[in-house]
Ligand binder design. Structure first.
Ligand code: MF3
Ligand code: CO
Ligand code: CO
Length: 304
């Protein structure tokens, strides 16, 4: 039997990403910068701004913090972040020719590399006044991300995450993109496991303390099918319907989950979305809850 030799990079991508206690500080730093970038980008979102200007802004702030943008040059990707507008599902390439227009929805996805570790997060922003159907899609997609996060606890399985997301959005008439998934993350940008945003309870890899991965549901107003444009990156809905996405990087803890890319206004947003977090969910990034701060640090460390 002939076995093809794999490169080190290919082996790394097959390994489930698990961080050791001494690596958690760097994962938190990377997650915190991702949150800071998105908080800053949010201030720049208005009609007339080009997606290239958003990219320049991300590039500058990342450099100012002494970090690198992992997307730049990743499999040849040409920019610092992804800017995915309206029917663009993900991997939209920033361009000086695409100006934000009143009524657009835009996902900005950033992945700074800090101390050798990746923090990956995205949010969908509303540009000016957005019609209520699009605004509701964005709000429901945000909620679906957090329902996925709430399914993360040691002993649960990857399929529980997808199930939580799918069983919330499909009854609302939306569809879940199947071509792209969340992913393990750490020293390597994309590793196992693939975190599908649809699925069955109790199926897939078990979640163990120290595992770090993203959850990043892409939810469509119409059909879930996508196609890739001629630039080989931009994924759009096949039917042209709107698509929204939110992404956080998380770590499985002994007690539950730690969200590493929390924005400064996330707690208010969670309240608006009527999402209550049990005290097994620790928030880190730019906003921490008093309950989470009281939790002993050791509760979120992986076995050595
Ligand atoms: N940040 C994206 C993700 O969530 C990946 C972007 S890869 C790029 O996994 F090359 F398109 F930037
Ligand atoms: Co990701
Ligand atoms: Co991302």
């Amino acid at each position: 039997m002939k076995r093809r030799k794999r490169s080190q990079a290919q082996r790394d991508e097959r390994r489930v990403s698990t961080v050791k206690p001494h690596e958690i500080g760097s994962m938190r730093a990377a997650g915190r910068l991702a949150a800071e970038l998105l908080d800053a980008v949010e201030e720049e979102i208005r009609p007339g701004v080009s997606t290239a200007e958003i990219d320049d802004f991300v590039a500058r702030l990342t450099g100012d913090r002494g970090a690198k943008s992992a997307p730049l040059g990743y499999h040849g990707y040409p920019a610092h972040c992804c800017t995915s507008i309206n029917e663009v599902v993900c991997h939209g390439i920033p361009s000086p020719d695409r100006l934000l227009r009143d009524g657009d929805i835009i996902n900005v996805d950033v992945t700074p590399l800090v101390e050798g570790y990746h923090g990956d997060a995205s949010r969908t922003f509303l540009v000016g006044s957005v019609n209520p159907i699009a605004a509701r899609l964005v709000a429901d997609t945000y909620k679906s991300l957090w329902l996925g996060i709430l399914a993360v606890t040691p002993g649960a399985r990857v399929g529980d995450i997808g199930h939580a997301i799918q069983s919330f959005v499909e009854p609302l008439g939306y569809s879940v993109v199947r071509q792209f998934s969340g992913h393990g993350i750490g020293r390597v940008f994309h590793t196992a496991p693939a975190v599908m945003h649809y699925g069955k309870r109790g199926q897939g890899d078990p979640l163990l303390p120290g595992m770090t991965f993203t959850i990043e549901p892409m939810i469509n107003l119409g059909d879930w099918r996508c196609q890739i444009l001629d630039d080989d990156w931009t994924a759009v809905t096949l039917d042209g319907s709107l698509s929204a996405q939110f992404e956080h990087t998380v770590m499985v803890t002994e007690r539950g989950v730690e969200v590493l890319t929390v924005g400064s206004e996330e707690v208010e947003r969670l309240r608006e979305a009527k999402i209550e977090l049990p005290d097994t969910v620790r928030l880190s990034g730019l906003s921490a809850r008093p309950t989470a701060a009281a939790e002993p640090a050791a509760a979120s460390t992986a076995p050595a």
